[in-house]
Design a protein around this ligand. Structure first.
Ligand code: SF4
Length: 307
């Protein structure tokens, strides 16, 4: 069914139009007044002062249109272009919004590595380099019931440990490191995992990332261990761009609000692992899509942002 066109008002004489324009200006009804003034400006016999007076009450873009009679498209387009020109980095309110959404989705994030003591976590993280958490969990489910303390692992020795972790990449080197770090824990730290970055990084096979994970996850320190997922998410989104993991870590520590710092590590890893994947990020289902600065987002209809 075609729509019925709206009934047209009978044409008014010029004086009636001018009276209407003046009446609207006096009533300060801005939208109606601008429209009336715009019409009046283009008609002979209309009050130019009424049009000018109305126009001066409007923002510059509207005022210019009223004065010149040009369509509003040009200034509106300028405004839109200006609004869309965003910084390559997320602003503090955007970062707050980003973490607020990630928190809403997962209020209590944690590692996917299975562990029950700081030592088990240390071993699991040491085994996880260039391996998946799933693969590490499969190995430690067999290992930890047999040996889950520095003394027990040191007693197994490298050759005794290897069969448990043979399914994990680089297992020869990892077996040697885990046995050596276990012995160092016995010799220097009474068999306990130290809550100290320098002491952790001094352990064989333990780098900055492993130390950060242990400090954050086992001891609740607000550290961020930048792995491949966090590096990618931080750069793509504009959250904390940096050319290497140390630069990204330092940028993150500066920009992530204090109250999110403890869990930011897990939110960013999980986001990178399951949504902002390396090859084909799932941008249509990403809750921070509107904030993200990545230029090559995966196309698709965006999902509504979850509350
Ligand atoms: S919009 Fe895409 S690129 Fe940006 S964070 Fe989300 S998944 Fe990653």
């Amino acid at each position: 069914m075609p729509k019925t066109p709206p009934a047209k008002s009978p044409a008014k004489p010029a004086s009636a139009t001018a009276r209407t324009a003046s009446k609207n200006v006096a009533a300060k009804k801005s939208a109606a007044a601008a429209d009336a003034a715009s019409k009046a400006a283009g008609k002979p016999g209309a009050s130019k002062s009424a049009a000018k007076k109305s126009a001066l009450k409007k923002p510059a873009s509207v005022r210019d249109n009223a004065a010149t009679g040009k369509p509003a498209s040009k200034p509106a387009a300028k405004t839109t272009a200006k609004a869309e020109k965003r910084s390559a980095r997320l602003s503090p309110p955007e970062i707050e919004e980003m973490f607020s959404r990630l928190q809403s989705l997962n209020p209590h994030p944690t590692t996917e590595l299975e562990y029950s003591t700081p030592y088990e976590l240390l071993v699991a993280v040491a085994l996880s380099a260039q391996a998946t958490d799933v693969g590490v969990n499969k190995a430690t489910r067999k290992l930890f019931p047999i040996a889950n303390t520095p003394r027990q692992i040191a007693a197994l020795g490298v050759d005794g440990l290897k069969p448990y972790i043979a399914t994990i990449g680089l297992f020869n080197t990892k077996a040697a490191n885990v046995v050596a770090l276990s012995q160092q824990l016995i010799d220097l730290h009474g068999g306990e995992v130290p809550r100290d970055r320098a002491a952790l990084e001094a352990l064989p096979g333990v780098g900055r990332k492993t130390a950060n994970v242990v400090l954050n996850t086992a001891f609740g320190e607000p550290t961020i261990a930048v792995d491949t997922h966090i590096f990618r998410v931080s750069n793509r989104t504009g959250l904390a761009p940096g050319k290497d993991v140390v630069a990204v870590e330092q940028a993150l520590l500066k920009v992530v609000p204090q109250r999110y710092l403890q869990d930011a590590h897990h939110w960013l890893i999980l986001h990178g692992r399951y949504v902002c994947k390396a090859r084909k990020p799932d941008c249509p289902h990403c809750v921070i899509r509107d904030l993200c600065r990545f230029q090559d987002k995966t196309p698709g209809d965006p999902e509504p942002v979850a509350a």
